[in-house]
Design a protein around this ligand. Structure first.
Ligand SMILES: NC(=O)C1=CN([C@@H]2O[C@H](COP(=O)(O)OP(=O)(O)OC[C@H]3O[C@@H](n4cnc5c(N)ncnc54)[C@H](OP(=O)(O)O)[C@@H]3O)[C@@H](O)[C@H]2O)C=CC1
Ligand SMILES: Nc1nc(=O)c2c([nH]1)NC[C@@H]1CN(c3ccc(C(=O)N[C@@H](CCC(=O)O)C(=O)O)cc3)C=[N+]21
Length: 286
């Protein structure tokens, strides 16, 4: 079997065309959705993601601002900035790039963002609503993954979905969204024993660990849907995922590449959430 490759790049381009149209309509009603990204410090990987977000916002005609703060910024300074952005009615979406320097408590920062502007979907209010199935901002990476699976007409209901990784930003919420879609969900993590027994039974396998080539063809089931979230840089400086793509592509039914897979979808869903925030805050519809 040769897997059907789910291109996040192509699906993103399609979705962004629709988002551009929607923004044109909002602009006719004098609403220009605006995203503000806050980056503390100068981690090169973070800077490169943040640049990607700005570029994508410009592509769809959205306003965006990047606020860069020095690495020694105090927690109080960042919280005060968030209070200001929460108050500013021209700002619809706020994203604080993670990870933050160690003097800053990440959870305190996330908790301070107005849930109506929380386009990352990390605020406890939005996480709670996601769990109960209420309308909310869905975390961008998990949201993008569901859209990728659905774009291929793959049925999620009744499937055994296995998620490797249990971070608050990827693993936990992607399992919850798969559960909301009526999959049977298993989480694996660093304390899981005999992980291969789970991965080999997965109809849908989501890998979000951060280790190059961790999942190999012998770990997966024939015909499975393989979603590779990992972003790793090889010693040669190339981007690569957590899955051995070459080894798995002849056994899987569907597989996502890195780059060009989940990453671009994360950014696209961020744009989609920002439009949703702009509409929700102003009551203006496209
Ligand atoms: N494409 C995209 O849009 C995005 C990609 N990423 C990438 O996805 C990857 C994961 O990110 P994130 O969730 O933030 O990472 P974290 O480091 O926060 O979490 C990693 C998770 O993987 C688990 N884990 C680590 N090693 C193993 C192992 N050997 N076996 C089983 N489980 C293991 C950890 O388990 P435990 O909890 O027990 O420690 C933890 O739950 C990274 O490569 C990151 O760069 C992240 C966000 C967006
Ligand atoms: N508050 C917050 N929200 C996030 O959503 C968030 C974050 N912090 N911190 C870091 C992670 C990581 N992340 C990525 C987004 C896009 C790509 C992406 O577009 N990757 C391209 C490659 C980009 C390149 O070439 O460097 C791809 O996979 O094709 C990757 C990773 C969002 N994150």
């Amino acid at each position: 079997m040769t897997a059907d490759i789910i291109s996040g790049k192509e699906l993103s381009a399609q979705i962004k065309r629709n988002l551009s149209q929607e923004i044109l309509q909002l602009k006719e009603k004098n609403l220009v959705p605006k995203l503000v990204v806050v980056l503390v410090g100068d981690n090169p990987a973070s800077l490169s993601y943040v640049k990607g977000k700005e570029k994508a916002a410009a592509e769809v005609g959205m306003d965006s601002d990047l606020i860069r703060l020095p690495v020694e910024t105090s927690e109080q300074e960042l919280l005060s900035l968030l209070d200001q952005l929460n108050q500013d009615s021209s700002v619809h979406g706020i994203l604080v790039q993670l990870p933050l320097p160690e003097q800053i408590d990440e959870q305190k920062v996330i908790d301070r963002i107005d849930p109506k502007k929380d386009v990352d979907g990390f605020h406890p209010i939005n996480i709670g609503k996601m769990m109960t199935g209420e309308d909310s901002f869905l975390p961008c990476t998990p949201y993008g993954i569901i859209e990728m699976i659905k774009s291929k007409g793959i049925e999620i209901e009744g499937k055994h979905a296995v998620v490797i990784g249990r971070s608050n930003i990827v693993g936990k919420p992607v399992g919850q969204l798969l559960l909301n879609e009526n999959a049977t969900v298993t989480y694996c993590h660093s304390r899981t024993k005999n992980m291969r027994e789970f991965t080999q039974k997965a109809d849908i396998l989501v890998v979000a660990i951060g280790r190059e080539n961790y999942i190999k063809s012998e770990d997966i089931k024939e015909g499975a849907v393989i979603i590779d979230v990992g972003i790793n840089r090889t010693v040669e400086g190339k981007l690569t995922g957590d899955v051995d793509f070459e080894g798995c592509k002849d056994k899987a039914g569907f597989i996502t590449p890195v780059p060009g897979g989940v990453g671009p979808m994360t950014i696209t869903m961020l744009l989609s959430n920002t439009i949703k925030a702009a509409k929700g805050l102003t009551g203006i519809e496209g």
